[in-house]
Write a protein that binds this ligand. Structure first.
Ligand code: GLY
Ligand code: MN
Ligand code: MN
Length: 438
């Protein structure tokens, strides 16, 4: 892995530099200054929230834990890393930079965030930084045209980035296996979560998002991030949406499992799984993502009909909004340095927004797919009381088998989520490939 990253990194950095050159030229800037950021302080407290590095910073190099540090890039010159290594005996001091990437930077080590700022070049500067403590000595402008350009191009992953995303998928799938075993052993949600973290060898704060570990009815809460400490009397179903990080890149993986005797729920999972693989197969250059999302509604409505939840046609289920009561979120989103990566709605490298289709307020990706993009494909079907209640007094309510729906409420819901690379040909499914190895 290390050798592979070492050989891919120079090309990645050259790509990032080239993009920076073009972004700076848009506004006539001399330098790009990218802050790692510093930890945010809790209100009326002397404790910080876990540090989260700026995604723009970790695009340049694999450092997710360098608070106060900066990258200073001047077109034509070797990029400079101003690295903060405080004199501090209270905390672990970040290790001096080492590894395959250091030779590509001029590295200056300083002792504080304020000293780092003094090392930044003068001139017309595009400063990309969050508002956070200790870096208020710099005028932060986050110029929109620079950000728009960089965000747009972040959609196209370099081979180095894809190698890291494969690694994030390998870590995540290894941990998913451990979580499934813990479910089958009758562990609580909390116990399953602990098994997941142990297998990933990552702590909560290192994960790209808060894990969803939901037994039984809890699967119907889309962002269920509570962890029951005691197991239910019977674990009938298990929905886990959990990812992992690799050098700042995310995986985002969901699987749904049924207890051995919950065969009717298993049959529904199998149908959603087959549908999901059909959607993944359509991750091809030129495919409109919103059209794929609408296609998913039709296919999932067909699944619901086949499984006896309603009698209406799939078309009328989509048109009347019935499919949205069962599948109330988007088909997926771009993923990369951030789990919900940037530029999912962007019109072009100059900015702009492509609107969502009417009636689909939670879709996070409205672009057409192109080679190098990575997106999630995460269809779901849920039994959500609040949304189903809205259907009960509609004219077509008589076409819906409420008894069957009530029976399935005990299982919560199903989501199956893979991370998929759009290529020049067939899609690369990072998640299934990683499961096949784990
Ligand atoms: N885990 C967040 C998502 O699937 O988008
Ligand atoms: Mn997702
Ligand atoms: Mn997810």
């Amino acid at each position: 892995m290390h050798d592979q990253l070492a050989s891919l990194y120079p090309h990645h950095l050259a790509t990032v530099r080239e993009r920076a050159d073009k972004a700076l030229a848009l506004g006539g800037f001399d330098h790009l200054l990218v802050a790692a950021g510093t930890p945010l302080r809790k209100f009326l407290d002397d404790q910080d929230y876990p540090f989260v590095v700026s995604p723009q910073f970790k695009h340049w190099l694999p450092l997710a834990g360098a608070p106060g540090s900066w990258i200073a890039y001047t077109p034509g010159a070797k990029p400079k890393l101003v690295f903060v290594q405080p004199r501090d005996y209270w905390h672990v001091v970040p290790e001096a930079p080492h590894g395959y990437w250091v030779e590509h930077f001029d590295i200056v080590i300083v002792r504080s965030a304020a000293e780092a700022i003094a090392q930044l070049p003068a001139g017309k500067r595009a400063v990309i930084a969050p508002a956070c403590p200790g870096i208020d000595g710099v005028e932060i402008d986050n110029p929109q045209q620079v950000l728009d350009y960089l965000h747009w191009h972040r959609s196209y992953k370099t081979p180095y980035e894809l190698a890291l995303m494969r690694e994030a998928s390998r870590i995540g799938t290894r941990a998913h296996r451990a979580a499934e075993n813990a479910f089958r052993a009758g562990e609580s949600e909390f116990g399953i979560h602990m098994a997941y973290l142990a297998a990933a060898r990552q702590i909560d704060a290192e994960l790209p998002y808060a894990s969803i570990v939901a037994l039984n009815e809890h699967g119907a809460v889309l962002h269920y991030t509570h962890f029951d400490r005691t197991p239910p009397e019977r674990s009938r179903s298990f929905l886990i949406d959990a990812g992992a990080s690799a050098a700042g890149y995310a995986s985002d993986i969901t699987r749904t499992h049924a207890a051995p005797d919950a065969w009717e729920f298993q049959a529904l999972i199998d149908s959603v799984d087959a549908a999901q693989q059909g959607f993944v197969a359509r991750v091809r250059a030129g495919q409109s993502y919103p059209e794929l999302h609408i296609h998913a509604h039709h296919v999932l409505a067909g699944v619901l009909r086949e499984h006896g939840f309603f009698r209406m046609s799939a078309e009328s289920a989509v048109e009347s909004g019935v499919s949205s009561a069962f599948f109330p979120h988007g088909l997926g989103h771009p993923i990369g340095l951030q789990v919900h990566d940037v530029a999912g709605f962007q019109q072009n490298e100059g900015g702009g927004t492509i609107a969502r289709p009417d009636g689909h307020p939670y879709l996070r990706m409205t672009r057409a797919l192109e080679p190098g993009m990575v997106v999630t494909i995460e269809p779901g079907l849920y039994f959500i009381d609040m949304l189903l209640a809205e259907l009960r007094d509609k004219p077509f309510a008589g076409d819906i088998d409420w008894t069957r729906i009530d029976h399935f409420r005990q299982y919560g819901g199903i989501r199956i989520e893979d991370d998929v690379v759009c290529t020049d040909g067939a899609p690369e499914n990072l998640t299934r490939d990683a499961f096949a190895l784990s």
